[in-house]
Write a protein that binds this ligand. Structure first.
Ligand code: ZN
Length: 314
């Protein structure tokens, strides 16, 4: 096991009180696997109740940038073990882990740290405020982590770092939990959000909830009578939908409701775009139009009573 010699002023906690930063000399037990390193510690990346993370530069030819994390021994062991189990995504979704190192302070107290690739600074923006493409990358990393059997409870901005080249990595894996994930949708090319797809490609409550909290779906969707629908050219904009509320009382099945609403707003959009009928005229006539749409729906798909009777027969 490798050893690391700590300057006495490096402490796991209370990092804010430090006035300067020392050299760390990392001595490897097996120099063939890992050469000795001197790391110049420059600043604090993160300080909290449970951990302190320093930024350092290795005094090697590459001047590799590293993050050195101090925390309670058992938490570090847990986190290093998790990194070990997902080696294939290190350097992509999560930082590379260079190792866990043990040492003693001058008071002979046991200390440990993990040294990782420096992958950028913690997010200062809200996840939901990031450009959609960036949110897609972060969610895609999260989905990869899930597919490797790991779920990050309370996922938040603190779990994400951004590098200078604009790429993102997920950090703080010590609280990760075992997870069996049914999600198979690609966030970089997600297609249509389907609120009913709880058993298909979107079968993960956590990813559904996180992606919704990040408003990942809403920019490309419109809210129609409490339903989310994919925005497309044949539907009107959200402000027009909002200006045409409907009093719907006689539709009992969600499928019929969704189809009727789609048919209704498509027709509204045709009237406004192609026939130059004003919103005011449509507003005055909307309930009659919606009744006609329901009749057309029943002629095409069958009435709800027939559908329900058929289901009961089966
Ligand atoms: Zn999942």
């Amino acid at each position: 096991m490798a050893a690391i010699y700590f300057c006495p002023c490096i402490r796991p906690f209370g990092a804010a009180q430090l006035t300067d930063y020392p050299l760390c000399t990392m001595l490897a037990e097996d120099p063939e696997c890992l050469p000795d390193h001197v790391i110049v510690v420059d600043r604090i990346l993160h300080k909290g109740w449970r951990s302190t993370v320093y930024y350092g530069t290795c005094q090697d030819q590459e001047k590799s940038k590293v993050a050195i994390k101090f925390a309670q021994m058992d938490r570090l062991l847990m986190e290093a073990g998790i990194y070990d189990n997902v080696k294939d995504i290190q350097g992509d979704c999560i930082p590379k882990l260079y190792g866990m190192f043990f040492g003693k302070t001058i008071r002979n107290t046991e200390m440990a740290c993990i040294i990782m690739e420096y992958a950028g600074e913690q997010l200062t923006d809200l996840l939901s405020d990031l450009p959609r493409q960036d949110r897609a990358e972060i969610l895609s990393h999260l989905a990869t982590l899930h597919s490797h059997g790991l779920h990050l409870p309370d996922f938040a901005e603190r779990n994400v770092v951004k590098a200078e080249d604009g790429s993102y990595r997920l950090i703080d894996l010590e609280d990760a939990q075992d997870h069996e994930c049914g999600w198979s949708l690609d966030f970089r090319n997600p297609g249509e959000y389907d609120p009913y797809d709880v058993e298909g490609r979107m079968a993960c409550v956590s990813l559904r909830s996180i992606s919704s909290d990040m408003f990942f779906w809403t920019p490309d969707h419109i809210h129609i009578h409490g339903l989310l629908m994919y925005r497309r050219d044949e539907l009107p904009t959200q402000d027009i939908v909002d200006a045409l509320p409907l009093s719907i009382t006689c539709i009992r099945t969600p499928h019929k409701l969704r189809r009727c609403l789609e048919m209704f707003y498509k027709e509204v959009w045709v009237k406004m775009e192609k026939e130059n009928i004003t919103l005011k005229v449509i507003q005055d006539d909307k309930e009659a139009l919606f009744l006609r749409i329901q009749k057309e729906h029943d002629e095409k798909y069958g009435s709800e009573d027939e559908c329900i009777r058929q289901k009961v027969k089966k």
